[in-house]
Design a protein around this ligand. Structure first.
Ligand code: IYR
Length: 221
């Protein structure tokens, strides 16, 4: 590797081996408790919790460190309602016309339909945007590996919300250009996920899913 121009020395966190195994075991056990939920309570969530999760997401690696993401946090009930109506409009078309039958069959276990009450009910909606390119001093500049970078950041956001004890859902009422309009975001930003964030409604039900076992998802070479 070439010598860096202006480096700092990085001292990564280290742990004794037994502690590493304990941490990894506990982290997995907690991650495995996460579920996407579709019914939320209206219990409030502090701005601090949301900001910390977003800051955690923004620690994600990104192509050439361009950090090509933007997070819109929607609290205002009128704006949430506008988003709900627009999402329900797209989802009505999705369920009635756009989704082929096999897609609808695959969704049957989740009980989803075009009604998206949670957008009104959850105390916050985080809309994750990818920044396909950006303007620096009025000049168009490139971002790199935008889908990968924003996908990683979104995963970290989900993990951070879960870590804080919050629930969310990765909702994708495609096409989502209505979010640029309602949230007045420029066209270099493309919405990728609409995430209600808050607390699951007490007693909410989720499908009894299992996760693929390690043997099915990895091979050691
Ligand atoms: N966006 C729609 C449909 C939907 C699609 C998939 I793939 C899911 O895993 C869940 C839902 C909706 O939210 O209803």
């Amino acid at each position: 590797m070439k010598t860096l121009d202006n480096p700092i020395t990085y001292v990564p966190p280290t742990f004794p081996p037994e502690e590493m195994l304990r941490r990894a075991t506990e982290y997995f056990a907690y991650a495995d408790k996460r579920r996407s939920v579709r019914e939320f309570s209206d219990r409030e969530v502090s701005d601090d919790l949301l900001d910390l999760a977003i800051q955690t997401a923004s620690t994600a690696p990104s192509g050439a460190h361009k950090q090509p993401w933007f997070f819109a946090v929607v609290r205002d009930p009128d704006i949430k309602h506008k988003i709900r109506l627009a999402a329900e409009h797209e989802e009505t078309l999705n369920y009635q016309q756009r989704f082929p039958q096999d897609w609808k069959d695959d969704l049957a276990i989740f009980g989803t339909d075009e009604v998206k009450e949670y957008i009104d009910i959850a105390p916050a909606i985080i809309v994750v945007f990818k920044e396909n390119y950006r303007f620096v001093d009025g000049r168009r500049e490139k971002n790199y590996y935008v889908n990968e970078s924003v996908g990683i950041a979104a995963g970290m956001l989900i993990a951070a919300l879960h870590h804080a004890g919050l629930q969310t859902l990765t909702h994708t009422p495609n096409p989502m250009a209505f979010l640029n309009e309602i949230l007045e975001r420029p066209k270099n930003e493309v919405p990728v996920l609409l995430m209600p964030v808050g607390y699951a409604k007490e007693g909410t039900q989720v499908p009894d899913l299992t996760r693929k076992p390690i043997e099915a998802i990895r091979k050691v070479y």
